[in-house]
Write a protein that binds this ligand. Structure first.
Ligand code: NAP
Length: 243
């Protein structure tokens, strides 16, 4: 019997392949013209931009991306791991390269899911306005963009940089875990009406899985199997990400 390849070598090979496939998916998305392919459900092409720390990415995020894509007829969902979030100075976040690589492994097999390095390659803080403007520029104004993220984050949206300009570039999909009162969003008088009109709410039972819980489990040597893709679990172990 041949000696099994060391885990890290196997993961590096899988990552190399995932990176190539990701680049091909992006090339294809950029070259697709409106109206080509299947008969579109909507007059304008729709693309989702999913922001989050993804520390680590788990099945809740993937189910949320898939549900949002289906419900709103998006051609693809681009996951954008945050680089240096302006509001997170107090918490230590894992190395962006780890978070990006785990997202690549998690999305590899889905032709409609991509990962972008845009925020992790940028200097300074990551602001959603810069990210959304970047994708607007590369896809063109005829593409409708949806910024997808956790409903907890959307509750704070009035504090985000240039939020009134941001709302002119995209709609928002606020995804919540069960138990989150979706009425919070509707009754939050601080969120102005223009923003609320551009925000859709989506309850995702699978979001009962949380990154915080996964990190705590690893630290306490409790199992994380079945909460996130196998390759991602393998990655956290091989690189000791949460130890
Ligand atoms: P976070 O700390 O990663 O998440 C906050 C909450 O939302 C957590 O409960 C998280 O669950 C959930 N969540 C996060 N991303 C999610 C996703 N894509 N799908 C489903 N649930 C998700 O996120 P954050 O740092 O608050 O920021 C979220 C996004 O908003 C990022 O893209 C960030 O850059 C953007 N943001 C922008 C500004 C600004 O422009 N000034 C300010 C704040 C946030 P898990 O822990 O399980 O992921």
């Amino acid at each position: 019997m041949n000696k099994p390849e060391p885990v890290n070598d196997r993961l590096e090979a899988a990552l190399k392949k995932a990176e190539q496939v990701n680049a091909q998916k992006m090339e294809q998305l950029l070259s697709t013209r409106a109206g080509s392919g299947d008969r579109p459900r909507f007059a304008r092409r729709r693309i989702g931009i999913m922001g989050g720390t993804f520390d680590p990415i788990h099945y809740g995020h993937l189910v949320a991306a898939n549900t949002a894509r289906f419900e709103f007829g998006m051609e693809a969902v681009i996951l954008v791991p945050s680089g240096r979030p302006p509001h997170k100075e107090e918490r230590v976040i894992s190395d962006p390269e780890h978070r990006y690589r785990m997202a690549l492994l998690a999305t590899f097999s889905n032709p409609h899911f991509l990962v972008s390095r845009f925020e992790i390659d940028r200097e300074g803080y990551s602001y959603t306005i810069d990210t959304v403007k970047h994708f607007k520029e590369i896809f063109g104004s005829e593409v409708a963009l949806f910024f997808i993220t956790g409903a907890d984050a959307v509750l704070e949206i009035m504090t985000w940089k240039n939020v009134h300009e941001l709302v002119t570039y995209c709609s928002f999909v606020a995804v919540s875990r069960p138990g989150f009162n979706l009425m919070h969003l509707n009754s939050n008088s601080e969120i102005d009406e223009k923003l609320l009109a551009r925000t859709r709410l989506l309850e995702i039972p699978a979001l009962a899985i949380s990154s915080t819980d996964i990190r705590n489990r690893v630290a306490q040597n409790r199992p994380i199997q079945y909460l996130l893709p196998e390759k991602v679990e393998e990655y956290t172990r091989a690189f000791g990400v949460y130890k």
